[in-house]
Design a protein around this ligand. Sequence first.
Ligand code: G4P
Length: 286
Amino acid sequence: MDYQWYPGHMTKAKRMMQEDIKLIDLIIELVDARIPVSSRNPDIDELGKNKARVILLNKADLADDAANREWNDFFAEKGYLTVLLDARSKAGMGTLTNVIREACREKIERDRRRGIINRPVRAMVAGIPNVGKSTFINTFAGKACAKTGNRPGVTKGKQWIRLNKNVELLDTPGILWPKFEDQTVGLRLAMVGSIRDEILNVQELALELIRFLKEAYPGALDARYGCGEQPQDAAVLAEIAKSRGCLLKGQELDYEKASGILLDDFRSGKLGRITLERPLLPSGAK
Ligand code: G4P
C-alpha cells in the first residue's frame, strides 16, 4: 500500500497476471466486503476469462451482516461462487475448500474422462492492494503446508503451496490495481484505507464518512463519541475532537487529528460492522 498507481505499475501488474493465469485453473478473487464493487477491478473478468473463479468477500468481520448476505446473493445471482471470510481466521477455510472443488467441477470431470484422476486444482489469489491477499495465503496455507517447489515444465521461480491433495496455490498473489476513475469509488477506497490518505484531504474524507454514517448507521457516532444529534457534519467532527482531547496550541480544536481517529476507528471496526455500499440501494455503486 505504499505506492500509488501509475500506468507503468498497471502494465507490469497486468503482464504478471497474464503470465501467472496461464498456469492456473482457478482464480480466488478477494474483494473487501465493505465495498465489494469498489474494491473490484473489473478487468479481472477479461484477464480471467475461461478460468474458474471464486469470489471471497473478505473482511466480512468488519462488514454489516445483513449487507454481507445481500452481497452474497448479488454475486450468486451473477453466477459466481462466493464465500464470506475473515482471512485472519481459519474458520471458513473448510467451506472454501469445498467451494473451490465446486468451482472446478467441470475441470475435474474433464480430467476424469481423460483418465487423469486426482490432479490437484491449481489456483491463484488476486485482488487490489490491502484487500487481505497475503493474510489469506498465510492463514489458508498455514504452517503445515509444504511448498512444492519448482515443477518441471512450469515457469522457473514459481512456488506452489500444496493446501491438500486437491488444491495447490501459487504463493505470489496477482495484484490488481484499484480502479478509481469514479469519484465515489475513490472515496470508498480511501475510507477503508485502500488508497493512501494523502490522495484525499483527511478532513474531507472524515466529513464524507460522517455524512454517510448519519444516514446509513444513525446512532453509531453517538454511541462511540457521545456527540448527540448534530445537524452539521462539521459539528460532529468538533464533538469528536472534544471527546478525544484533540487540541492545538491555544485550545483550538485539532480537526485533522480528530479525522484520523474517526477513520482509524471505522477501519478497525470500533464504530461497529459497517458496509459502505449495498447492492440494492440506488446509491450502491454497481
Ligand atoms: P494485501 O496482501 O492484499 O495487500 O493485504 P494484507 O494481507 O497485507 O492485509 C491488509 C490488512 O488487512 C492487514 O492489516 C490485515 O491484517 C488486514 N486483514 C486482512 N484480512 C482481514 C480480514 O478478513 N479481517 C480483518 N479485520 N482484517 C483483515 P494491517 O493493519 O495492514 O496489518 P496488521 O495490523 O494485521 O499487521
